[in-house]
Design a protein around this ligand. Structure first.
Ligand SMILES: *[C@@H]1O[C@H](CO)[C@@H](O)[C@H](O)[C@H]1NC(C)=O
Ligand SMILES: *[C@@H]1O[C@H](CO)[C@@H](O)[C@H](O)[C@H]1NC(C)=O
Length: 198
């Protein structure tokens, strides 16, 4: 081969590499970042905190009308510790939690209830008309989406990685005050949150 044709070949290869890298970057969603700017990792513990003050405390488990099952809610104040959660991305090969990708999430906690500590979308609450999140061993898939500014997110239920062609009544997690407690609930306000490594 002449020098000229080697140059042409190398240029062509470089172009193809750039195109391939760009395509890969577009097909890979950005990582969800914790409060220190590090990507959320599979199986590591994080506290979920409201991004704005006066919107309840950290995520925790709460009882409602009976001791069990427990529901996903928030502490009443910032001063309380809450319970850490850990994430399991739906994509088995993925060790990072990325925006708009499904995962299961569970509290790293032990309870006296037999149901487990995973998050499961529950039936619509008759009184408020909102769907609550119950602690269960049969977890639903949730995902994290970017909120108005960097490092601030919303949690959504819309498991389209699990079932791309299903028609879901998707919803974003907000909160609901009930008998002095704050429960997480879809189908109403939305709660911007941040993730703090435990
Ligand atoms: C749960 O917490 C315990 C005690 O802090 C820790 O050793 C363990 O690694 C955590 N497990 C997960 C899955 O986060
Ligand atoms: C777990 O959830 C799925 C989907 O909602 C449901 O079809 C299944 O019956 C549940 N399994 C158990 C053991 O509750």
């Amino acid at each position: 081969m002449s020098t000229r044709s080697i140059e042409t070949t190398l240029t062509l290869m470089l172009c193809l590499a750039i195109i391939a890298t760009t395509a890969l970057a577009q097909s890979t969603n950005t990582p969800v970042l914790d409060t220190k700017g590090h990507p959320l990792e599979r199986g590591k513990d994080y506290y979920i905190k409201p991004a704005i003050t006066d919107n309840g405390g950290r995520a925790t488990l709460l009882s409602r009308n009976s001791p069990c099952p427990l529901y996903v809610g928030q502490e009443n104040s910032d001063a309380e510790e809450g319970l850490p959660v850990f994430f399991n991305p739906f994509d088995e090969a993925e060790n990072i939690v990325r925006v708009n990708r499904d995962f299961k999430v569970a509290f790293n906690a032990s309870t006296t209830c037999i149901q487990g500590t995973g998050w499961r979308l529950s039936e619509r609450d008759a009184k408020s008309g909102r769907r609550l999140i119950v602690a269960s061993g049969n977890d639903s898939y949730f995902r994290i989406v970017e909120a108005q500014s960097e490092g601030i997110y919303n949690i959504r239920w819309c498991p389209t990685d699990v079932c791309p062609y299903c028609k879901f009544d998707c919803g974003t997690v907000g909160n609901l005050r009930e008998n002095g407690k704050i429960l997480l609930a879809l189908d109403g306000n939305t709660l911007p949150v941040v993730f703090e490594r435990a």
